[in-house]
Ligand binder design. Structure first.
Ligand SMILES: Nc1ncnc2c1ncn2[C@@H]1O[C@H](COP(=O)(O)OP(=O)(O)OP(=O)(O)O)[C@@H](O)[C@H]1O
Length: 238
């Protein structure tokens, strides 16, 4: 390989934030992932699409270090997740990753502003400062008015905006969103996607967006399709 070639390869590889190669995961006799590849760059929104049961959520969980694959590699900024200790992986999830799920993710006993402030509090930020930053995010997600309410007192769409604020408040490098609009009507779903992708682009966060809806995937920069646990990522650089 020429020197110019290797420098170019290095630059291209350096741009990738999170790379998964040849992932396999079996639950009992059920193969959930069977040779899945994935990669994402900073600021990129990638939709993970595919039929029900094809392995989308399992792929997201492996990428986030929540599920350990049976084989294959997940590399985050040149570090192999499987080589980290459990404490290091937890610190990574708390410090660099944000999560939005379909429902049930807000703590019912806390107010919305306390929910958004929670990841900051867990990272050692003082209450007043954490709530100030949480309020800024609630404002940005256009739900300042629900600040003092508990999750049980707000609508599904408002709750999802609060959940997006909570995922973004720590300034994560990667946001993992698993069917984030699955429980919303189309108008609310589209507004949540607009706000999530705009906020992620502003902060240069990458978004891994699991969805089976083309309407939601339309907010992504590109799509990766999972079928029977296999995904081919055309952008993939091994
Ligand atoms: N914790 C688990 N225990 C046992 N089997 C599991 C578990 N998680 C996933 N599976 C199985 O692995 C396969 C892939 O599941 P996964 O949830 O990743 O698919 P999906 O594409 O996200 O599906 P959906 O769109 O319906 O949410 C399925 O056959 C599922 O039943």
């Amino acid at each position: 390989m020429t020197e110019a070639g290797s420098a170019d390869d290095g630059r291209r590889a350096g741009e990738l934030l999170l790379v998964a190669t040849a992932l396999r995961k079996t639950y009992g006799h059920t193969p959930a992932l069977d040779n899945a590849d994935f990669s994402i760059r900073p600021g990129e929104v990638v939709a993970v699409m595919g039929p029900s049961g094809s392995g989308k959520s399992t792929l997201l969980h492996c990428l986030a270090g929540i599920v350990r694959p049976d084989a294959g590699q997940v590399r985050y900024r040149h570090r192999e997740l499987s080589e980290m200790s459990d404490a290091e992986r937890s610190a990574l999830r708390r410090g660099e990753f944000g999560f939005v799920f379909q429902f049930g993710q807000l703590v019912p006993e806390l107010t919305c502003v306390e929910n958004v402030a929670l990841p900051l509090r867990l990272n050692g930020v003082k209450r007043k400062e954490a709530e100030r930053r949480a309020t800024e995010w609630l404002d940005r997600l256009e739900v300042t008015d629900v600040s003092a309410k508990r999750p049980g007192e707000v609508s599904g769409g408002q709750g999802q905006r609060v959940a997006v604020a909570r995922a973004l408040v720590t300034g994560p490098r990667v946001v993992f969103a698993d069917e984030p609009t699955g429980a919303l009507d189309s108008l609310n779903g589209e507004r949540v996607m607009e706000l999530l992708t705009a906020a992620a682009r502003d902060t240069q966060a990458a978004v891994v967006l699991v969805t089976h809806e083309a309407r939601v995937a339309a907010y992504s920069d590109r799509e990766v399709v999972v079928r029977d646990g296999r995904s081919r990522d055309l952008e993939h650089v091994a």
